[in-house]
Design a protein around this ligand. Structure first.
Ligand SMILES: Cc1ncc(COP(=O)(O)O)c(C=O)c1O
Length: 427
């Protein structure tokens, strides 16, 4: 029986109408851009696709030890439900890893595993936010706005700029703290590829602690910092710090968000976690459980085996990081030399993640009036796919865009640089 006819337009049934939040939710700009690139490729054009925040597994495979450990775990029969909190081996391996690498010894019960970083972010928001509660976050930023909307929160959006590496300043945050329920920071930053400085993170952390000390006297609910550090192993020449390493009392108010998605190139394996105060973890756990948003059991066991062997992790990480840094450096060198030639482009020095922030001073020139037209110009004239910062919430017309190297090779980067230089010269 073919039931397709029941789904044909026009549908007038009220049952077709989603609720207001879902109805208003926008699809991802990045997926739309990816679809356009797919069409161009299908039409026979060569495209250097530097858009997506993902890895090409042929270029950046996961560590062999992780791949083999997944097969072994499956062969051992790890195919049944994991506990909603996550398997004990992995929770314990993450605690040891944080103690070893970040110098923070978390107690048992502080780690919640999920299917990638997203479910722990969603669950933390869901556990904390009452409708109308204020969430403070900078732009440009990755999907934070959707998590605020899904939880009926209110937005306090801080617009940042290149002079601070697209990080918010403590002065920008300060006026919102008194009312805020969640402050979200991400470092290394998607999309900018920059890292928050120790001084700034310390200043913000001290302000969060001070605000919570005030609330303790009034009985108001606490302010939490959701600190998204999914790219934290990937920093170049700067050291990543947790707010808790800088201001230990922040342990009471920090929700670390983490995953193997980016730092171990395992986006499709769906293993992520939150490291957070145990009492809040107790509230997050049933949410992850009821969503069934736990990571696969075999992947959890395998991740535990990976993290528990620093002698295997480190050489792999050095190689992986070196290649990412090499690609970002080659792109940055290309833009620096174009700038030296007087072409209207500049970039921020890459500090972390898999991204480079690049500014094209073309808006208002040559018929280009929007960031979308800038994106189309780079695609059509240089065969290079990038994502404008508008996709990360920044208003239109800044001329800032994100280059991602997760699917790039030295050859495609060289070609992108050559083509962009030629396209800019033609203008
Ligand atoms: C800053 C940031 N946080 C979280 C995520 C989500 O990670 P996951 O794929 O593990 O859910 C991403 C993915 O792009 C990201 O860039």
């Amino acid at each position: 029986m073919d039931v397709a006819k029941w789904f044909q337009e026009p549908g007038t049934l009220p049952a077709r109408t989603p609720n207001a939040i879902v109805g208003a939710m926008k699809g991802s700009d990045i997926l739309r851009i990816a679809a356009e690139i797919g069409e161009r490729k299908a039409a026979g054009h060569e495209v250097m696709n530097l858009t997506i925040g993902d890895f090409d597994p042929k270029i950046f495979p996961i560590p062999e030890v992780l791949r083999d450990a997944i097969s072994t775990a499956l062969a051992e029969g790890h195919t049944n439900y994991p506990p909603a909190i996550g398997v004990p081996e992995l929770r314990s391996a993450i605690r040891s890893f944080y103690a070893d690498r970040l110098g923070i010894a978390y107690p048992e019960g502080s780690v919640q595993i999920g299917a990638g970083a997203r479910p722990p972010i969603y669950a933390a928001f869901r556990a904390l936010i009452e409708p109308g509660d204020l969430v403070v976050y900078p732009i440009p930023s990755w999907n934070v706005r959707f998590y605020v909307d899904m939880n009926l929160g209110r937005h306090a959006v801080i617009q940042t700029g290149p002079e601070t590496g697209f990080m918010p300043t403590a002065d920008q945050i300060a006026p919102h703290l008194r009312e805020a329920r969640i402050l979200l920071l991400n470092s290394p930053l998607n999309p900018a590829g920059t890292v928050i400085s120790d001084d700034l993170l310390r200043e913000i952390s001290e302000a969060v602690v001070a605000e919570n000390q005030r609330r303790e006297t009034t009985g108001e609910r606490a302010l939490y910092l959701v600190f998204d550090q999914v790219y934290w192993q990937l920093t170049f020449g700067v050291e990543h710090k947790s707010p808790v390493s800088l201001v230990p009392e922040m342990a009471r108010y920090t929700i670390h968000i983490d995953a193997i998605s980016k730092c171990w190139a395992g986006t499709g394996l769906r293993v992520g976690w939150a490291v957070l105060p145990p009492w809040l973890r107790g509230n997050v756990q049933p949410l992850v459980g009821h969503m069934g948003a736990w990571a696969g059991r075999a992947e959890q066991i395998a991740t535990a085996r990976l993290l528990a062997q620093p002698s295997l992790v480190d050489p792999w990480m050095d190689g992986f990081k070196g290649r990412v840094q090499g690609l970002l450096g080659a792109l940055a060198d290309g833009f620096d030399s174009m700038a030296a030639e007087g072409l209207p482009v500049r970039c921020l020095a890459p500090q972390g993640a898999i991204y480079l922030s690049v500014h094209f001073d073309l808006i208002g020139r040559n018929g280009i009036t929007t960031d979308e037209q800038l994106r189309a110009f780079l695609l059509e004239e240089a065969g290079v796919g990038i994502v404008p910062f508008t996709a990360f919430g920044l208003p239109d017309g800044t001329g800032w865009v994100r280059f991602s190297v997760g699917t790039a090779t030295p050859e495609s980067v060289a070609k992108a640089v050559t083509n962009i230089r030629a396209a800019l010269k033609r203008l």
